[in-house]
Design a protein around this ligand. Sequence first.
Ligand code: TXD
Length: 310
Amino acid sequence: MSKVTVFGAGNVGATCAHVLAQRDIADVCLVDIVEGMPQGKALDIRQAGPLQDFGHEVTGSNDYAACKDSDVVVVTAGLARKPGMDRMELLQKNTSIVAGIAKAIRDNAPNAVIVMVTNPLDVMTYVAWKVSGFPRERVVGMAGVLDAARFRAFIAMELKASVVDVSAMVMGGHGDTMVPLPRFSTVNGVPITELMDAAAVTRLSDRTRKGGGEIVNLLKTGSAFYAPGTSAAVMAEAILKDRRHILPCSCWLQGEYGQNDVYCGVPAVLGKGGMQKIVQLALNDGEKAMLQKSADDVRKGQAEVAPFLG
Ligand code: TXD
């Protein structure tokens, strides 16, 4: 029986757990530090089973060791920035949360694939990789799947196309410097650059870059979780079922795209064992320059957390 553990039973974690439960492909365990909360949410999800036709186990725990023997571990645990807390303080706190969880995964689920979600995404993926000691294939970050889904939704809305016909590619780090790639984004194989004018392409790319902020502004408190939770579940499913989907994931680059020693979003084949292969697209000079800038931003973040890792 396959097992997925989701650390952090907040908005994104609980949504991820629910989507995974609906797909009925693995037992799901939710872990959080708040007493009773993961247990309560797990029971609630389980009670949706008879209505939605799923029956795998869904459990909740406050004990990190509950991730024992998981095939995939999704990490959404972290703190949101509180008033008065500066960026470095938040970075230090989230680094220590993610490091503690990575140790527990290493000790209890040594063969798991880790799918990181906690922000700042690429830097936290680096922390999980470093602390777990896992090979790069087994530590990937979720951002590109979400960013590409946002881009796909905007393209479908603009062209009144079926969203299933739209595919999109977004590379780079998760944040303002992400790199939407219109040339590699298509409707049934036709690049969107042939289906809309340049101004529309730029408008949709910019909206994608600011996709998270648009939702934060509307919600006023908190941030997006339906699409983020589903994105993490899609990655977990690709791994569990060895789907070999090509999905943009944050991966540790070792020469690919001319980048070294940095976690950055690139198209990767995701299946059994995690990242099976990085797919190299022929980027033009402008796209390469944007990717370079984005990777350099992540490098700065990695350097900032290095002292916290001891
Ligand atoms: O694309 C992406 N990667 C992202 C990332 C898209 C959306 C959200 N993204 C980030 O995911 C976001 O910036 C946060 O860093 C995480 C989780 O977002 P969410 O919206 O779910 O935050 P919540 O609702 O505050 O949930 C966080 C939970 C909360 O229940 C805490 O109690 C728990 O994390 N938490 C912990 N769990 C276990 N162990 C420890 N130490 C811990 N500390 C906090």
